[in-house]
Design a protein around this ligand. Structure first.
Ligand SMILES: NC(=O)c1ccc[n+]([C@@H]2O[C@H](COP(=O)([O-])OP(=O)(O)OC[C@H]3O[C@@H](n4cnc5c(N)ncnc54)[C@H](OP(=O)(O)O)[C@@H]3O)[C@@H](O)[C@H]2O)c1
Length: 399
């Protein structure tokens, strides 16, 4: 096996993937109703709307809700590392790899930002070891990230399978479902296996159709933390991320609230989402920040500067939409041949590209499908030489 070395990032693509318009679903939240509802305690919702009561601020996250996500089409005949070769022959070694025994493939632990040999492990906050290929639990909810999934058993299976495959970093948010993603995670995996890190988020609300409204008010955020703790059945949240910085609230106040929660023992580490290096610098004056979650993938490098900052400062960088989100990868066409050459799919190639891009990279691909999950996780075993990486990089940039 060839040891991967990490090329420095080349010129960045200007391509940007944005979310399509949200469909008109109005939304009211049960978020600040003073405690979990009966249905929440029982883990059942007739529909999100039935249980949603206005919050103090009439706002509640509903990231991407109402969106209809177009399903991506697989290329007929394309070889898949996961199903045909990886799972069939090396699932155990793949799981071992994902569980940290990957040095044979990924090389020795890398300790500098863009050095060679991307490790399969990262220590969040310096004390929480996670496998770098995580799982994003936004897609296990209902259509449009709204309500319960049509097939709840399938969502549970996806979560359990993620754990079986060695995933020990699951990203979620109070907004997904809303609340459904957190509740499903607890239903599938509680009591949690040792070492499982659940990263959740709060502070982004959606009061109505097509509107995304951050709420960084301290009292609101504190309630978000308490409710996530309850839904996730945790005493402490390992990683709590401020979903968005609220321009109407000084970030010192928002993060001051999270600091209080941290001091109260309810949060272990704090992360940020969709932030610039300057915003991270400002946040770090208030409390330690261990990770950043920004949109980033092979076809969208808008946040390259933040990634470079995270590398320099040794902060985990969790790219959301690592395989292009609901828009897919703009560069898919260009990547198809290269994927074929590696007996992989474009999804796997895009994930491998990310993992090789930086040792601080912690992709959290999301899926509602066990087959896609297995395929994505197998990307950790995909070896790219520096020449491969550069070629793929160039292909994507041409797209
Ligand atoms: N911080 C933020 O503001 C923010 C925003 C968005 C998301 N996130 C987080 O980031 C995670 C990932 O983001 P994302 O879900 O938007 O984007 P993504 O992981 O890039 O893409 C997910 C989409 O790709 C499809 N997909 C995944 N693997 C596939 C495969 N192997 N073959 C074909 N299709 C595949 C999924 O459909 P199927 O279900 O059919 O597989 C789904 O529609 C989320 O789960 C969430 O935790 C954070």
């Amino acid at each position: 096996m060839r040891i991967i070395s990490q090329p420095r990032c080349g010129p960045t693509s200007k391509t940007e993937i944005t979310h399509p318009r949200l469909s008109p679903i109005s939304y009211r939240s049960q978020f600040e109703d003073g405690g979990g509802s009966k249905a929440e305690a029982e883990g059942r919702y007739a529909s999100p709307r039935l249980l949603c009561v206005d919050s103090v601020c009439c706002e509640r996250t509903l990231g991407f809700m109402g969106e209809k996500f177009p399903k991506k089409q697989k290329q007929p005949g394309l070889p898949h590392v996961t199903r045909r070769t990886f799972l069939g022959t090396t699932l155990v070694s793949g799981a071992t790899l994902l569980a940290g025994g990957s040095s044979a493939i990924f090389g020795a632990s890398s300790s500098t930002g863009t050095s060679a040999n991307p490790d399969s492990m990262w220590k969040l906050g310096g004390d929480l070891p996670v496998n770098r290929l995580g799982f994003g639990a936004m897609r296990i909810t209902g259509d449009g990230i709204w309500g319960w999934p049509a097939d709840r058993a399938k969502a549970i299976k996806v979560l359990k399978r993620a754990h079986e495959l060695g995933v020990n970093l699951i990203d979620t948010a109070d907004a997904y479902g809303p609340e459904v993603s957190e509740l499903l995670i607890a239903e599938a995996l509680h009591p949690y296996p040792k070492g499982l890190v659940i990263a959740t988020k709060g502070g982004l609300t959606r009061p109505g159709p097509g509107q995304w409204v951050p709420n960084g008010r301290p009292e609101y955020l504190k309630q978000c933390v308490d409710k996530s703790l309850k839904r996730l059945r945790l005493d402490r949240i390992d990683l709590y991320q401020l979903h968005r910085i609220d321009p109407k609230v000084p970030v010192e106040d928002s993060l001051g609230a999270l600091k209080e929660m941290q001091q109260a023992g309810k949060i272990r580490h704090v992360g940020l989402s969709e932030v610039s290096p300057e915003q991270i610098e400002r946040a770090r004056k208030i409390l330690p920040i261990v990770s950043v979650q920004n949109q980033y993938n092979i076809g969208n490098r808008k946040w390259e500067n933040t990634l470079v900052y995270c590398e320099k400062e040794r902060l985990g960088f969790m790219p959301w939409s690592p395989v292009g989100g609901n828009r897919g990868l703009n560069s898919e066409r260009g990547l198809e041949a290269a994927a074929k050459d590696h007996s992989a799919t474009v999804y796997q190639l895009a994930l491998a590209w990310l993992l090789h891009r930086s040792p601080v990279m912690l992709p959290i691909p999301g899926t509602s499908s066990v087959a896609h999950l297995e395929e994505n996780m197998a990307a950790a075993a995909l070896k790219l030489t520096p020449a491969d990486w550069k070629m793929i990089d160039a292909l994507a940039e041409r797209a």
